[in-house]
Write a protein that binds this ligand. Structure first.
Ligand code: NDP
Ligand code: MG
Length: 381
């Protein structure tokens, strides 16, 4: 039996992880979990999966749940995220929380020797060097959950890093793939939330529409696979059937294909290096699909992708600024405070205003993260 700590259990990745745990109940058990404010769903999960430790965002929710579930240990807030991440019985951390709030619990789980299944890409974007260095120091695997990175990871099995020519990340194009920049002026939140291929949480769906999601994934790939930015390409592929590819120096390209279903990469991270059957997954029927389409990425159309490449290459504290500005701007867009195109404006302003500092430690990253959010909020006034 493998015991799991799951951060973000009520989210899109969180609930799909629970689906995998349920399907393979003789292999996996939920030992600890965290939720935010969705207490209705939290109740159902606690009743069904019986975790020993549960952390919620707010103390009041914790006090109420304590009365309902006297046999469960409860905690709350950011400390609760850490407590759940390092829960003694767990050997695996699935980090499916959203945002850079996932960084510190991840570092602590690495120090506690947990295997890390990482969906929380903001953690790798904001502090990839800290996470990967800690993982090396404590000899802990960091296994990708993001579908593109899982595809690359699968394509790299048995391969040598020195033979890689480039990583090719595929991008669906998000909700506004076929709109011109002019047409983006007046798009609404609900239009942006309508992703053609994937059903995901709100923040990442907006990130897909701005193409920041792919930008974050470029930085994520850089850290996970230790590959320079010059060797990472992005390719538009509207069907989301090829989840990403690796080109080798002999010109061979290995791709991983499948229907868009996040449970597949989640399960692969949990079972690696083995695989388990997934009876409820939709099988890929290429004859039925008939055609797959590919296109170059237009960096003028999708400015956020360019920002991410630039910030990633520049390094230092710039990726932290990129991520924090994006988190704050997307939140403002979702709350109806800014227009869609103002997301990239706010990110650009934040990047321009910042003097990058080399090789930041954890406290500097946390400071820059907070300062950047404050800067974005000040521009909203
Ligand atoms: P969701 O918004 O669906 O879920 C986020 C989860 O985090 C919820 O459980 C939420 O709790 C919790 N949460 C949010 N803020 C806080 C906080 N401050 N403290 C504690 N808990 C918090 O997100 P997704 O599942 O879509 O995404 C999770 C991560 O996985 C992101 O980093 C995303 O980029 C990445 N990812 C997602 C994919 C997808 O298909 N969804 C694909 C690839 C990567 P509650 O709802 O209870 O408030
Ligand atoms: Mg992805």
């Amino acid at each position: 039996m493998k015991y799991i700590s799951l951060l973000g259990a009520t989210g899109s990745i969180g609930t799909q992880t629970l689906n995998i745990i349920k399907e393979h109940a003789n292999e996996f058990q939920l030992a600890a979990m965290t939720v935010g404010r969705n207490i209705t769903l939290a109740r159902k999960i606690i009743a069904e999966f019986k975790p020993e430790l549960v952390s919620v965002a707010d103390k009041e929710d914790m006090d109420n749940l304590k009365l309902e579930f006297p046999n469960v240990k409860f905690t709350f807030g950011n400390d609760g995220l850490v407590e759940a991440a390092v829960y003694v019985k767990s050997t695996i951390l699935v980090n499916a929380v959203i945002g850079s709030v996932g960084l510190y619990p991840t570092l602590e789980a690495i120090r506690a020797g947990k295997t890390i299944c990482i969906a929380n890409k903001e953690t790798l974007v904001t502090a990839g060097h800290l996470v990967m260095n800690a993982a090396r120091e404590f000899d802990v695997p960091i296994l990708p959950v993001d579908s593109e990175h899982s595809a690359i990871f699968q394509a790299l099995q048995g391969e040598k890093e020195k033979n890689i020519e480039k990583l090719i990340l595929t991008a669906s194009g998000g909700s506004f793939r076929d709109k011109s920049r002019d047409e983006l002026q007046n798009v609404t939140v609900s239009e942006a939330l309508n992703h053609p291929n994937w059903s995901m949480g709100a923040k990442i769906t907006i990130d897909s529409a701005t193409m920041m999601n792919k930008g974050l994934e470029v930085i994520e790939a850089h850290w996970l696979f230790d590959i320079p930015y010059e060797k990472i390409d992005v390719l538009l592929h509207k069907e989301s059937i090829i989840h990403s590819m690796v080109e080798f120096h002999d010109s061979s390209v290995i791709a991983q294909l499948g229907t868009p279903d996040m449970r597949v990469p989640i399960q692969y991270a949990l079972t690696y290096p083995d695989r388990l059957p997934l009876s409820t997954a939709n099988r890929l029927n290429l004859a039925e699909i008939g055609r797959l389409h590919f296109n170059h990425m237009d960096f003028n159309r999708f400015k956020c992708l360019q920002f991410a490449f630039d910030a990633g290459k520049a390094g230092g504290t710039l990726p932290t600024v990129l991520n924090a500005a994006n988190e704050a701007a997307v939140e403002a867009f979702l709350n109806g405070k800014i227009t869609f195109l103002q997301i990239e404006e706010l990110i650009e302003k934040s990047l321009t205003a910042h003097d990058s500092i080399k090789d930041p430690d954890l406290s500097l990253i946390q400071e820059v993260d907070q300062e950047t959010r404050a800067f974005v909020y000040s521009l909203l006034k």
